[in-house]
Design a protein around this ligand. Structure first.
Ligand SMILES: [Zn+2]
Length: 430
């Protein structure tokens, strides 16, 4: 498994169009200046919210590997949890950061939330599912649609993929099977567009791509994951690229001249390949002292020994989030869904929930979002009041998938019973 394919694609883009080297360098200079200025002027850091949509573009067998629809719902949640853990300096394993690097442990203060309002204003569970028949998407090979870089085929419905949601307002993550024929001969765990590429790539291609076997965070022993890539950190790394970071060793493998443009990550020769080194790890570029920062999310060390972004990286992340994507952090309302019209509110302050899709055919998604601790039961009731299906609430769960395949076509009611009342919405089953 090759951890990430961005360096190779960047190299290929420059080969294909040599003037890009200048563009990329110019972006780098500008964003570093902004980051430096903001780091000095930032007094009280605010938490920014980024709405996230996952586009699941997989064969049915792969969806089943993930535990079916319910498995996907669970992984969306655990993946968001993993992002929030590492982008808010809440990872418990930060205790393993060596004392010498501890003062550099950065908090990006970015809150990620599933996008519960779709671009057309409809309620959404925060993901889309498109089933494909092709084996996978190759991040290294030219695609047939769009730019041809970074799994572009997966990003177009016309090519069998999933169209992006407005990339100015949503972080789009495509969850695919990356094909095993990249330039280094292995699967690529993830790849992302970098903000220096914004002017080079169609806007509809901006975002991250991850292999489905790295999607989410392990919550149970029997869940399918690629070995040792089960803590959600492939996407943590790819979002790092999406928000302007390069690998800690720069863009080259070998040599000390290319750097990551971040002052507090020590110069580093090559990637730390999928193992947990002992501190200090010295190399050609930092041969003395504390060595290289192998516990950084932007190195290739094993996931279980990655523990930090540095303060310098955090400044760059925030500069990119606010300057390269000016609308990405200004729509926190998209992680919620407005009060649904037509809801009969039995209890005085009964909270709203959302139902999608409506009309429904196979599965109905019920999202209780903010009110997940008050929910007791969800029932599907037919038009003469018979309970056709009922689910007991699990504390803290936002989204429930309810099977309606066995129901005759017609009108039904979804009823959420809360601690303090019930609330009902109509649905049509086709
Ligand atoms: Zn990478």
């Amino acid at each position: 498994m090759q951890p990430c394919g961005l360096d190779e694609v960047r190299k290929k883009m420059i080969q294909d169009n040599p003037s890009l080297q200048f563009e990329f360098d110019q972006y780098e200079q500008q964003i570093n200046q902004i980051a430096a200025a903001q780091a000095m002027s930032k007094s009280t850091a605010i938490t920014d919210t980024i709405p996230v949509v996952f586009h699941i573009v997989l064969r049915w067998q792969h969806i089943n590997n993930l535990g079916g629809i319910q498995g996907i719902i669970d992984r969306c949640k655990s993946q968001i949890d993993a992002l929030n853990r590492d982008y808010n300096a809440q990872n418990a394993d930060s205790v393993n950061i060596p004392a010498a690097f501890k003062p550099l442990y950065g908090n990006a203060k970015i809150h990620f939330g599933l996008a519960h309002t779709a671009p057309n204003g409809a309620a959404s569970p925060g993901y889309t599912i498109d089933t494909v028949t092709i084996a996978g998407f190759d991040p290294m090979a030219q695609g047939s649609y769009g730019s041809g870089y970074i799994c572009s085929d997966a990003k177009y419905a016309a090519a069998g993929g999933a169209d992006a949601w407005n990339t100015a307002k949503y972080l789009n993550v495509w969850v695919v099977n990356t094909a095993p024929n990249g330039t280094q001969g292995g699967f690529v765990a993830g790849i992302a567009t970098h903000p220096s590429m914004i002017n080079q790539l169609p806007a509809v291609e901006l975002g991250c791509v991850i292999h489905y076997g790295t999607f989410g965070r392990r919550e149970a022993g029997n869940q399918y994951f690629i070995n040792n890539l089960d803590s959600g950190r492939v996407l943590v790394h790819e979002v790092g690229h999406f928000l302007g970071l390069w690998h800690v060793w720069g863009n080259d493998q070998g040599g000390c001249t290319a750097d990551d443009g971040v002052a507090d990550t020590p110069p580093q020769d090559v990637a730390t390949q999928s193992y947990c080194p002992t501190f200090p790890l010295l190399d050609n570029c930092t041969p003395t002292g504390n060595g290289v920062m192998f516990m950084n999310y932007m190195d290739y060390s094993s996931e279980n020994c990655q523990h930090m972004f540095s303060n310098g990286q955090v400044a760059k992340i925030n500069a990119a989030a606010n300057n390269s994507y000016p609308s990405l952090t200004t729509h926190p309302e998209l992680i919620r869904y407005p009060i649904v019209t037509g809801v009969s509110q039995v209890a005085g302050n009964a909270p709203a929930f959302t139902v999608s899709p409506n009309p429904a055919r196979n599965t109905v998604m019920v999202n209780v979002a903010e009110n997940n601790t008050q929910l007791r039961k969800i029932s599907i009731i037919n038009n003469v009041g018979q309970v056709m299906n009922a689910i007991t609430a699990e504390s803290g769960r936002d989204i429930y998938a309810i099977d309606v395949q066995g129901l005759a076509a017609g009108m039904y009611f979804v009823q959420c019973a809360y601690q303090n009342g019930v609330e009902t919405q109509k649905i049509i089953v086709e």
